[in-house]
Design a protein around this ligand. Structure first.
Ligand code: NAD
Length: 281
């Protein structure tokens, strides 16, 4: 009986009641996070889940109206939110972010994805832009925040990459290439810094219901000469879960990786795709 009470009280420590049911206590209340490219979509989903866990945020995007709307929504969770209107792929944007939050405990790397196309169209400049946004930018920010995280003996870095890392998407060759480069860097670096209490992991979205998906569905509808709705339905039917993922599901997975519970998760590539990538492991 005594053991039963110990078990229940330890469960109650881990779970808190919220309006929407039970939420897990992540143990990161009061920490500071930089969440890149976060006025909407997956970046916003991550920022919102961290705000729900009591994390103070520095967010960024290029469009100030949308950024301030996001800031207002996030402030409602009772955390501090600093907005930096910038292009995160530029040196000035990266400096502005780090000036606003010089010693983050958590870094979520994100930026817009490269456009779809075909191998025969891509020139050197197309690859340089894709590598700059989706490989060099996260690597640069990781390099800037690691010394402070190592010093504090605690840090969480999550890179939003893509399911294209596990299974290439033919029309997204620029994304396939840039994400693979970042994945290689994380595989090595995460294992060098793990002993300092700093984890680096990648979160791989499959198809999630964001503006990016509207853009990709529109490209498919144009290419195949079908309606946007038909393009959407056809792509959803290729996912075992039968639907697109939500930014809330994605954000909650990200917040878990940033939590105290995920301290032993190092250099992993976590696929969130409703089962779309068909593989045994
Ligand atoms: P989205 O277009 O819905 O949102 C992108 C966000 O990033 C916006 O807030 C935008 O303002 C901001 N942003 C874009 N480029 C920026 C820049 N250079 N500087 C600052 N802010 C910038 O996109 P999303 O669907 O949330 O996708 C996020 C990332 O995930 C992209 O790299 C995308 O390729 C990748 N991804 C998304 C999916 C999906 O299903 N949505 C699947 C695989 C990979």
């Amino acid at each position: 009986m005594k053991n039963y009470f110990v078990y229940v009280s330890s469960l109650l420590k881990v779970f808190n009641e919220s309006e929407s049911g039970f939420i897990m206590e992540l143990g990161i209340k009061g920490k500071k996070a930089i969440v890149c490219a976060s006025s909407r979509g997956l970046g916003f989903g991550c920022a919102e889940a961290l705000a729900q866990a009591g994390v103070n945020l520095t967010i960024c995007a290029r469009n100030s109206d949308q950024l301030h709307l996001a800031e207002k929504k996030l402030t409602d969770y009772g955390v501090e939110v600093i907005s930096v209107c910038c292009d995160v792929t530029s040196g000035t944007g990266q400096s502005a972010l780090l000036q606003a939050c010089p010693d983050p405990d958590i870094l979520i790397n994100n930026a817009g994805g490269p456009p779809p196309g075909i191998w025969s169209e891509w020139e050197r400049e197309d690859f340089i832009s894709a590598l700059d946004a989706n490989m060099i930018t996260p690597i640069t920010l990781i390099g800037k925040v690691l010394p402070m995280m190592i010093n504090k003996k605690w840090g969480r870095i999550v890179n939003i990459t893509s399911q294209a890392v596990k299974a290439p998407v033919p029309a997204l060759g620029l994304s396939n290439s840039a994400r693979a480069g970042l994945t290689g860097y994380v595989a090595g670096t995460s294992r060098q810094v793990a002993k300092h209490g700093v984890t680096i992991n990648n979160l791989l979205p499959g198809m999630h219901d964001t503006q990016r998906l509207v853009d990709l569905d529109s490209a498919l509808s144009e290419e195949k000469g079908i309606s946007l709705e038909d393009a959407r339905t056809s792509r959803m039917s290729s996912i075992p879960a039968g639907r697109y993922g939500t930014i809330h599901e994605f954000g909650n997975a990200c917040a878990f990786i940033c939590s105290q519970h995920a301290a032993f998760m190092v250099g992993q590539n976590i696929l969130l795709d409703g089962g779309a990538v068909n593989s045994t492991i």
